[in-house]
Design a protein around this ligand. Structure first.
Ligand code: GZL
Length: 312
């Protein structure tokens, strides 16, 4: 038992004292806030000195932060890239400085040798799971859907749109009639949904709203109620993340389905860095996290209780 304990502390000790920079997008959603708090606690557990930088959703702030980490000579850098393009130069600078970079929860259109690995969900699959849920739920009936897209140019917005649109596009009865970005925020999601409702005769013609994250869905739910309609029944609500507030909406019958996204991307990232920095093991280029569908039939109150306090 002594040896095992020794080994396990040794394993954990491997990142003790390491200085790791984290360029976080911002705090645009409940999920993002949870990712930040989980990353901080995972770093704490491993004795990592985490340098945290919040970019307020601006790529130029992320690039500045990454350059600051390089100048500090950190041991590694975590980046949640707000959009997928424009990273080659700064990632090249990190590579030049021999500092491994791990991407969290979003991808980049840059050559794979510019980062050690990425930890993210299969975002196309998330959209497809949401699409399949709607196909099964409307069961052949005609259904006009409005879509609240994530941040323009972000990998989740591109991929979740592809997954959902391809799935429902294969049916004859489900049609996406309007699609617009709500930038992953509640406020924008509400505002855009208000526009959709006005444009569609008060919403009578709308059968469902698909939101690329729960926060925009929660905003849309408010807009639907303000328009005198019942979210969850007059207009079905399906989204992605699995944050506590979507489960409380399900309890109230105001949301129907969500595809869960773990906020713990940092755990696998730190494990990959541990193996790389201390054992020279290069990880898989992509570490894919699970996507699980939850509906009103899946104990939403219990799911809410389980997630409350997890940093959301
Ligand atoms: C997806 C992640 C998204 C979340 C949103 O991996 O990047 O960003 O789904 C967040 O809540 O804004």
């Amino acid at each position: 038992a002594g040896l095992a304990a020794l080994l396990s502390t040794a394993a954990h000790a491997d990142l003790t004292g390491k200085v790791i920079g984290f360029s976080q997008i911002g705090s645009e959603s409940g999920w993002r806030a949870a990712e930040t708090s989980v990353t901080k606690s995972e770093a704490e557990k491993r004795g990592i000195d985490l340098k945290f930088a919040d970019a307020q959703q601006k790529q130029e702030n992320q690039i500045k932060a990454i350059r600051g980490f390089i100048a500090q000579g950190v041991d590694a850098i975590l980046v949640a890239p707000v959009v997928s393009t424009g990273w080659d130069e700064v990632l090249g600078e990190a590579k030049e400085a021999n500092i491994p970079v791990v991407l969290l929860d979003r991808g980049v259109d840059a050559s794979a040798d510019l980062y050690l690995t990425g930890v993210a969900s299969d975002q196309v699959k998330e959209g497809a799971v949401a699409g399949k849920w709607l196909i099964d739920t409307v069961a052949g009936k005609d259904c006009s859907v409005v879509e609240l897209e994530g941040t323009v140019g972000s990998s989740p917005a591109i991929n979740r749109k592809k997954g959902f649109d391809d799935a429902v596009g294969a049916t004859a009865n489900i049609k996406v009639i309007r699609s617009q970005t709500g930038d992953f925020t509640r406020a924008k999601g509400k505002e855009v949904m208000e526009g959709f409702l006005k444009a569609e005769g008060g919403g009578k013609g709308i059968c469902a709203v698909y939101a690329h994250n729960d926060d925009m869905a929660v905003g849309a739910i408010q807009a639907i109620k303000d328009a005198g309609l019942k979210p969850g029944s007059d207009i079905l609500v399906v989204s992605i993340d699995g944050v506590p507030d979507i489960f409380s909406a399900m309890v109230a019958g105001e949301a129907n389905a969500t595809v869960e996204l773990t906020p713990n991307m940092a755990g696998p990232a730190f494990d990959a860095l541990d193996a790389y920095l201390n054992g020279g093991t290069a990880p898989e280029k992509a570490i894919i996290t699970e996507s699980k569908l939850f509906t009103q039939a899946d104990d939403p109150q219990g799911e809410y209780d389980r997630r409350k306090g997890l940093g959301y």
